[in-house]
Design a protein around this ligand. Structure first.
Ligand SMILES: [Zn+2]
Length: 247
């Protein structure tokens, strides 16, 4: 493939694309630029090498490959290769209703990017996942049937979850747990205040702290926290005692 300067087209052409195969520009990905999965996975790599490469990709790079992959314009002329004596090439209509299908200009090959990045088990998964796909005569058996694979559906869910974790971090499990923890701390703080007020009241009125069902329920707080431990009681008495002395 010949490396040439970009063509001067009236319609804007995304970086990495020309209007003919000879005008594909072989440039390395730029951080923050458009991605090409074919820069990371190629047919020479073993399954283990692909796995290691994908694991090593940063979250930012995975997100870029998922959401900003190079996308050829409709007038793009895909390179042709001879298969069984016929000139074949990737066709623009393959993209229709397949947002997961991406074309790598670097390799002149297709990938399912969600599967390439998020499939749970790569063994026995070749074309579109661990290997670039470019045997265009097998379009139906590989591309059309790919969407029906259960591992593809799982990878689509994993990819969507990954996107949401970046676009809307407040929905992630860690964040939800943190919010729940904050809520519990605030609840416990309010309960402790109520207990302290009750003890303080008894102290002011010189009423002995006797077993009170309401107070007891608050002290136990549904089993999550127990303020009845000797340490908790001693700390509370000490703090409230100091309060009386200061008064
Ligand atoms: Zn897939």
């Amino acid at each position: 493939m010949v490396v040439t300067s970009p063509t001067t087209e009236s319609a804007p052409v995304p970086e990495g694309y020309g209007t003919t195969p000879d005008h594909i520009i072989l440039q390395p990905d730029k951080t923050g630029g458009l991605g090409d999965i074919g820069r990371y996975i190629n047919s020479e790599m073993t399954t283990k090498e692909v796995e290691d490469t994908v694991i090593a990709l940063s979250r930012g790079k995975k997100y870029e490959l998922l959401t900003q992959h190079l996308s050829p314009p409709s007038h793009y002329k895909f390179p042709g290769t001879y298969e069984n004596g016929c000139l074949r090439s990737f066709r623009y209509e393959y993209f229709k209703n397949r947002p997961w299908l991406k074309y790598s200009p670097h390799l002149d090959a297709a990938f399912c990017v969600p599967c390439a990045l998020f499939v749970s088990n790569r063994s026995n998964k070749q074309s579109l996942v661990t290997k670039p796909f470019r045997k265009w005569t097998r379009y139906t058996s590989v591309i059309v049937e790919h969407a029906e694979k259960s591992y593809h559906r799982d990878a689509m869910i994993a990819a969507q979850t990954f996107r949401e974790s970046i676009e809307n971090p407040s929905t992630t499990l860690t964040c939800v747990f943190d919010k729940e923890k904050e809520k519990r701390i605030e609840e416990n703080r309010q309960i402790l205040k109520a207990i302290a007020r009750a003890v303080l009241y008894c102290g002011r009125q010189c009423i002995a702290l006797q077993s009170d069902p309401v107070l007891e329920a608050q002290l136990k707080t549904g089993g999550r926290v127990n303020y009845l431990s000797p340490q908790s009681q001693n700390e509370m008495i000490e703090v409230i005692g100091k309060h009386f002395i200061q008064k």
